[in-house]
Design a protein around this ligand. Structure first.
Ligand code: ADP
Length: 454
């Protein structure tokens, strides 16, 4: 499989003219690629060491606002710089753009060159290191669900988001004929990402008109998060190149099914699956039991990181495959956590709570932290649930609104212990700001309901 480029290979490609542009990117709080487009010659001669960006980029929202209330940066402190340090092991071609390569950066403090603690990539690296100290490696896979629309992003935005016509006219779950009609967009997505070094498994139609899914083979946690952010970016960009829109908004219409990002997780020890024990029920090792117990016990604390916006919570609805209960079950899609690969070396846990809008670095960070806590405290796993978990009154609910997820985050002793107070306070502020922004807006629904009749 074609893979990433070494720095030497990039230099040679710049020299022979096959690469002239290098995208130097980092991942922001929303999981987006942000950065600059470098001329290839400048990058390989000097900027490969470091470049800089304004530090508001890790304290902003989807609109690039400058909210007050962050300790890390503000108008008062003058919004200084961060260092963007290219991680040269992530250089890869960007085959869907002409003569272009890409590199991901770590975000460092301008003065100390220490990682910025609330930078998503630094947060994930910290939990991976904690896990390694316990003797384990994490293998992860994040599924990417999204909707394809007939029109382009620009046309849809100019229409005030009123011309939202999904690409297909019917539920296309596993359909081959309908997805053949979408190959103009989906085939380049698979092939370009594969050529960029991502181990693409497949795409498929999903359970709603216009809904699609991309699956990438599981990888070490940091690679998995890198793959997710690059793939999400590519899907939007390649759809745009084809005059279509791809949207990862979890719930674009209340009558339609929402989009998720399920996260598959397993731990390994010296290349062997540490979640597998053929002698035990479901083939589930003690390590897996403790990990899952932590994952489930702290799911309310970290729900914000799986559902970071107002819209994220519109997805949690009964009977839609988007789970609302913090329990586990065996191969049952109504529970928040599903044991997959029962009795095999591929035994793993899938968290089904996260929406398509999650930041993969943050989602993996908090789930690893919860799993580590389960391992450290040797937590006990309750018995599996069965049947329709939506109807199980005894099963505890995850937070149902951004407001309640924010409170769970703010008050989480566990997250404060694992991530640090500064980081928890930072993301609590992001969550509050999102709510404040929504609360001050009068929505279309209120006007239609009350304009005449209130
Ligand atoms: P499904 O049939 O539910 O789509 P798959 O077998 O295709 O399930 O797997 C779903 C995802 O789980 C894939 O992205 C795959 O790479 C990932 N996966 C498989 N084995 C493991 C594992 N041991 N740890 C983590 N993820 C895994």
């Amino acid at each position: 499989m074609p893979g990433t480029l070494t720095f030497e290979a990039l230099k040679a490609a710049v020299q022979d003219g096959s690469i002239d542009t290098v995208l130097v990117c980092f991942v922001d709080m929303q999981g987006r690629l942000m950065g600059k487009r470098f001329h290839g010659v400048n990058f390989v001669e000097t900027s490969y060491r470091e470049t800089h960006c304004c530090n508001y980029l890790l304290a902003t929202d989807l609109e690039m606002a400058t909210p007050h209330g962050y300790a890390s940066t503000s108008w008062e402190t003058g919004y200084g710089d961060y260092v963007m340090q290219p991680d040269l092991s992530t250089i890869r071609p960007v085959p869907w753009l002409e003569s272009t390569a890409m590199v991901l950066c770590d975000v460092l403090d301008h003065h100390t060159h220490e990682p910025v603690p609330h930078s998503p990539r630094a947060m994930l690296k910290k939990q991976i290191a904690r896990l390694e100290a316990l003797g384990f490696d994490a293998m992860m896979a994040t599924e990417l669900e999204f909707f394809l629309f007939e029109k382009s992003l620009d046309d849809i935005r100019k229409s005030g988001f009123s011309s939202l016509e999904p690409f297909s006219g019917y539920n296309e779950d596993y359909h081959i004929f309908q997805t053949t009609k979408e190959e103009g967009v989906m085939r380049p997505i698979r092939n370009h990402l594969f050529a960029a070094g991502l181990p693409i498994e497949n795409t498929k139609g999903e359970a709603e008109a216009g809904q699609a899914e991309l699956n990438i083979r599981y990888s070490p946690a940091l690679d998995c998060a890198d793959h997710h952010s690059i793939a999400k970016h590519a899907i939007k960009e390649i759809a745009w190149q084809n005059g279509r829109a791809a949207s990862f908004l979890p719930k674009w219409h209340h009558t339609r099914v929402g989009s998720s990002s399920h996260v598959h997780q397993s731990l390994w020890q010296q290349g062997e699956p540490a979640f597998f024990d053929p002698e035990r029920k479901y083939g589930m090792s003690e390590v897996m039991e403790h990990y899952m117990a932590g994952l489930i016990a702290y799911s309310s604390d970290y729900t914000y990181f799986l559902a970071p916006y107002i819209n994220s919570y519109k997805r949690f609805a009964k009977g839609t495959f988007a789970p609302t209960k913090a329990v586990w079950s065996v191969d049952n899609r109504t529970a928040g956590f599903r044991l997959c690969g029962e009795g095999t070396k591929g035994v793993r846990v899938e968290c089904r709570i996260g929406g398509s809008d999650l930041n993969p670095y943050l989602a993996q960070t908090v789930m690893l932290a919860a799993g580590i806590k389960g391992l450290e405290d040797k937590m006990t796993l309750a018995a599996a649930t069965t049947g329709d978990v939506y109807e199980d009154a005894k099963a505890s609910d995850i937070p149902q609104t951004l407001r309640s997820a924010t409170e769970s985050l703010r008050n989480s002793g566990f997250l404060r212990e694992c991530l640090g107070d500064d980081v928890v306070n930072h993301y609590t502020r992001a969550a509050e700001w999102e709510q404040e922004e929504f609360d001050r807006v009068v929505t279309d629904w209120e006007i239609a309901r009350g304009f005449e009749r209130a």
